[in-house]
Design a binder for this molecule. Structure first.
Ligand code: CTP
Length: 133
């Protein structure tokens, strides 16, 4: 069987059902799913927030999912092309909050943007927890 590797990226902090949905759907586009988990430093540079869960814990959580085959630490947004090539990925899947942001990679792989799961995000969960006295 031809190997069709899917790659996706994210912080996946305070793991929630929206994360499960995107990873499950990403996996269905191929027969091997590789996930780049943003490092704590990269997340800080993207979102000006230190993740609640450490990068080691986030790697552990994502790698424990049955539909995830390989995880690695994404250290820089500028290395996406290298990561895609290194992992031999033929499809890049991202949530549609990134719509058109990765179109330049269509030169080396398919790029698919999937709709986000409505009404849930790490930021919203953190806000809810903060509001509880
Ligand atoms: N995602 C999704 N549906 C959601 C939340 C996230 O499909 N409700 C997807 C994102 O589009 C991305 C991946 O999950 O492809 C990782 O997103 P991440 O930024 O880690 O999660 P968020 O909940 O969006 O985090 P934050 O609130 O910090 O932006």
């Amino acid at each position: 069987m031809t190997e069709r590797t899917v790659i996706t990226f994210g912080t996946f902090d305070v793991f929630h059902v929206g994360h499960v949905h995107i990873l499950e759907r990403a996996a269905s586009y191929g027969n091997r799913l590789v996930v780049g988990v943003s490092s704590d430093a990269l997340n800080f540079s993207k979102k000006q927030r230190t993740p609640v869960y450490s990068q080691q814990d986030r790697l552990k959580i994502i790698s424990s999912l049955s539909f995830v085959d390989t995880v690695f630490l994404e250290e820089s947004l500028d290395l996406k092309e290298q990561y895609i090539k290194k992992h031999n990925a033929s499809i890049l899947v991202m949530g549609d909050d990134w719509l058109n942001k990765f179109d330049q990679f269509k030169a080396i792989c398919d790029v698919v943007y999937l709709p986000r799961t409505p009404s849930i995000s790490t930021t919203a969960i953190i806000e809810v927890v903060k509001s509880i006295e």
